[in-house]
Design a protein around this ligand. Structure first.
Ligand code: CA
Length: 120
């Protein structure tokens, strides 16, 4: 694990005492996204910038964050369905003006990150 990963993990463990609290998770995600955005600016690939810019829009919009948080909780549950089949993707697209394909990409990236976190 790299030094940066270690720092992020230690900060997250202190910042998110309760993962079931949507506002605590949102505030911590704002911090993580602001840090990761600086790294994404330095990479040649654009998908990282796309994901982080989209995530920042969700975090700035209270209604979109509530929708996204509920969707993520469901998708990380036992009987998770497909993100692409969830009607909340269209709601998020309306709230944020992000196209649905990008929203699906962002949500799947978050799910992969959370699963990595749980299994590390
Ligand atoms: Ca980049």
């Amino acid at each position: 694990m790299s030094l940066v990963e270690n720092i992020i993990i230690r900060r997250l463990q202190r910042l998110i005492p309760d993962w079931s609290n949507a506002e605590e998770v949102r505030l911590s995600a704002v911090w993580v996204v602001s840090i990761l955005d600086k790294f994404a600016d330095e990479t040649e690939t654009e998908v990282d910038d796309l994901i982080l810019d989209g995530l920042a829009k969700f975090l700035e919009n209270e209604q979109a964050w509530g929708t996204l948080y509920g969707l993520l909780l469901d998708m990380l549950g036992e009987d998770a369905g497909s993100v692409a089949d969830d009607s909340r993707v269209a709601v998020l697209a309306g709230d944020t003006k992000i196209d649905p394909a990008t929203i699906i990409l962002i949500i799947n990236a978050i799910i992969a990150a959370v699963k990595w976190w749980r299994n590390r």
